[in-house]
Design a protein around this ligand. Structure first.
Ligand code: ADP
Ligand code: MG
Length: 324
């Protein structure tokens, strides 16, 4: 009789917007001890708008550089920095890229041409930007091209970039406000930082509470900074935080909880989340997701609503009772 019950279970699931790719995993969802959520686009809206920026020319009370002293090759105006960043981001689909392009468009900036785009997974983007039309950028190299990067904390680690004091303070302040910060690095020099606001989804508060009521530990996994992750986790009452995690390390965080003897679910939407979805005992892809995420998941939540994670666990528990 069990297969019949499972069949009913999956059609009931389908009516609730859940596509079950692995029935066993769906059944076992009732046993979950911990669920890890991807932050961006899952617990948050994932719609970053640029809310603030700072450049190496920014007012710095400790250095008080007068304009006469601005001879460093790193000197750049806000508009130049934003235009450079938009140029590097012009080939990227990432929410961060979209936000930066929109901010440049809002200021009606001329975005210089760029070539040799490279997406550095979980870190940022790089390109060669033709800055020949730019006043302060053309010092970079003889052919008028500059190697420019835009990215977060993981990029800075890779490039071994030093963050100027006042940009570090800018980033710290933004992080405390749960704003994502990305940096602009031109020819090896960190010259600007952009703060972007993302908002926590209304449903996320109820999801965390409901999972706690079910006795399930809630964890969050993100490539974003520790500051931003902590701010979001504090706001939502999340138990465990994994921040600044590179895409290739996300599955290791799932493993870490499994090694503690926990039965672990993972909820994500991105290409980056695929290995973690595969590693999890119950992999849950949410929203339209990417093909890779969908193919790595046991259950697909068709509507982009994290509350469906709670429904999934409850449905699994209810079906189990019926089977007994
Ligand atoms: P998450 O783990 O939150 O889903 P990603 O793995 O997509 O996020 O990205 C992790 C981090 O990498 C971002 O917070 C950002 O710092 C950096 N990053 C990724 N893509 C870009 C991009 N196109 N431009 C700038 N930074 C990026
Ligand atoms: Mg993501």
């Amino acid at each position: 009789a069990i297969p019949l019950v499972v069949a009913i279970n999956t059609s009931l699931a389908a009516r609730n917007g859940m596509l079950v790719r692995d029935r066993i995993a769906m059944e076992e969802a009732r046993n979950l001890d911990a669920i890890i959520f991807d932050k961006t686009g899952t617990l948050t809206e994932g719609e970053h708008g640029v809310v603030d920026m700072a450049t190496v020319d920014g007012v710095d009370e400790t250095q008080s550089v007068s304009s006469a002293n601005r001879t460093s090759s790193g000197d750049v105006t806000e508009d130049e920095a934003l235009a450079l960043a938009a140029a590097v981001e012009s080939d990227s689909e990432h929410m961060i890229a979209r936000a930066i392009r929109e901010a440049a468009a809002e200021r009606e900036l001329t975005v210089p041409a760029a070539t040799d785009f490279e997406a550095i997974k979980g870190r940022g983007v790089r390109a060669n930007v033709d800055v020949s039309g730019f006043a302060s950028g053309s010092a970079g190299s003889s052919d008028g091209g500059n190697e420019v990067y835009v990215g977060g904390p993981n990029l800075l680690t890779q490039l071994d970039s030093e963050v100027p004091d006042h940009l570090q303070r800018f980033a710290d302040e933004a992080g405390r406000n749960a704003q994502t910060v990305v940096f602009l690095v031109r020819d090896g020099e960190l010259i600007a930082a952009f703060a972007m606001a993302d908002v926590i989804r209304e449903e996320s508060y109820r999801v965390v509470d409901a999972l706690h009521d079910l006795g399930i530990e809630v964890a969050m996994l993100t490539g974003d900074s520790q500051d931003v992750a902590n701010a979001v986790a504090d706001e939502l009452g999340i138990d465990t935080v994994f921040a600044e995690v590179l895409p290739e390390d996300k599955d290791k965080k799932v493993q870490e909880l499994q090694d503690q003897g926990k039965f672990v679910g993972m909820v994500g939407d991105g290409v980056n989340d695929a290995p973690a979805l595969t590693r999890a005992d119950v992999g849950i892809a949410i929203g339209s997701g990417t093909d890779v995420a969908v193919q790595s998941a046991d259950v697909i939540l068709v509507q982009n609503n994290p509350m469906d994670v709670v429904r999934l666990v409850k449905l699994s528990k209810a079906s189990y009772r019926k089977m007994q």
